[in-house]
Design a protein around this ligand. Structure first.
Ligand code: ZN
Ligand code: ZN
Length: 339
């Protein structure tokens, strides 16, 4: 009798536990999202002997379930070698972002198109830009008194005048203004006002994540402060900043101000600078950010979770060593990317 009661009690408790369990987990567990990470495929410093260092920038950004190639480096053959060395498949991309028209960001596109001819490419819209453009034909003044053969299009221009691109077969979508291209992923469009690049339009990639904005920049010609000021409109918390800050010739007071603004004003959590950031700026940012400065040399993969860190084995070091610095200086000197 006692045994039967105990047995019934056990069954009852068991069924309560089972039903409790069932109500807590009504649906099967969903698969974990793929890890968010960035892999540097083109830069002038790095430790991976299997890859070729060169002046320029390209990075594969895997985040929010998307694979995005941000810029394409300076040379298609070098990009091809580096991509193969890293085992990256550029045939599978959601889209490419070309940050700006400078050759050290665009020239590798021919390789990308050779393996992925139909990939969608976002590029800045500039008047008569290399990515193509158009203008309403109302833009030019007309003179009806002229004979037709002295007039543009015999006096009957198309409503929209289209201008060519150096990549005529590519699926290029021109971006004029800051645009959310897919939910949570925004291309920030700003125009440089700096001598030498005045009126150059540049796109930066801002991904809104539960940890804050992940911001990837090409050369920051419009100024990194201006770009971050746009990014905080999406989410005031900037979690991760990677790419070129274009301080390669900047003097110390300018560098100190930028480091201060990023660290103290915008409270950027983690920084992974590369490309045209410049050696003294690498040093200043490393000092300002300490352990939250992530070495992002060529070939490095950085995870971009709540606590970003080097995901690849060669990424342990947080600084440029002597060999790294020497080759970076040589490539800076050879580049025309000094203003
Ligand atoms: Zn540039
Ligand atoms: Zn550049």
């Amino acid at each position: 009798m006692a045994t039967t009661r105990l047995f019934s009690l056990t069954l009852a408790i068991g069924s309560i536990w089972l039903s409790g369990c069932a109500t807590t987990h009504p649906t099967p567990a969903t698969a974990a999202p793929p890890p968010a990470r960035i892999t540097v495929l083109y830069d002038a410093f790095g430790k991976d002997a299997a890859m070729t260092k060169d002046w320029g920038y390209a990075a594969l950004v895997e985040i929010n379930g998307k694979r995005i190639l941000f810029d394409t480096g300076d040379n298609a053959a070098v990009l091809a070698e580096n991509v193969k060395a890293k085992g990256v498949d550029l045939g599978k991309l959601d889209f490419v972002v070309l940050s700006h028209r400078h050759s050290d960001h665009v020239s590798g596109l021919s390789y990308v198109l050779s393996v992925n001819p139909h990939v969608k490419i976002y590029a800045p819209k500039e008047p008569f830009g290399m990515f193509g453009s158009d203008l309403p034909s109302t833009f030019y003044r007309k003179d009806d008194s002229l004979p037709a053969d002295m007039r543009y299009y015999n006096g009957a221009p198309p409503e929209t005048m289209k201008f060519g691109t150096v990549f005529p077969r590519a699926d290029i979508q021109l971006v004029d203004k800051t645009t959310e291209v897919t939910p949570g992923i925004t291309l920030i469009a700003l125009i440089s006002d700096a001598p030498g690049t005045r009126e150059l339009k540049e796109l930066s990639l801002a991904i809104d994540t539960p940890n804050g904005v992940v911001l990837v920049v090409g050369c920051s010609h419009p100024g990194i402060e201006a770009i971050v000021a746009e990014a905080v409109k999406i989410n005031p918390h900037i979690h991760f900043l990677a790419g070129g800050l274009h301080l390669v010739t900047a003097q110390d007071p300018v560098i100190a101000k930028v480091a201060n603004v990023l660290h103290d004003t915008y409270k950027v959590d983690f920084i992974a600078p590369g490309h045209c950031t410049g050696e003294p700026t690498f040093a200043a940012l490393q000092k300002a950010f300490g352990d939250r400065y992530l070495y992002a040399g060529l070939g490095n993969t950085l995870s971009i979770d709540a606590n970003p860190h080097a995901a690849s084995s060669e990424g342990g070091a947080r600084v440029l060593d002597d060999g790294d610095s020497r080759s970076y200086r040589t490539l800076v000197a050879q580049s025309g990317d000094l203003y």
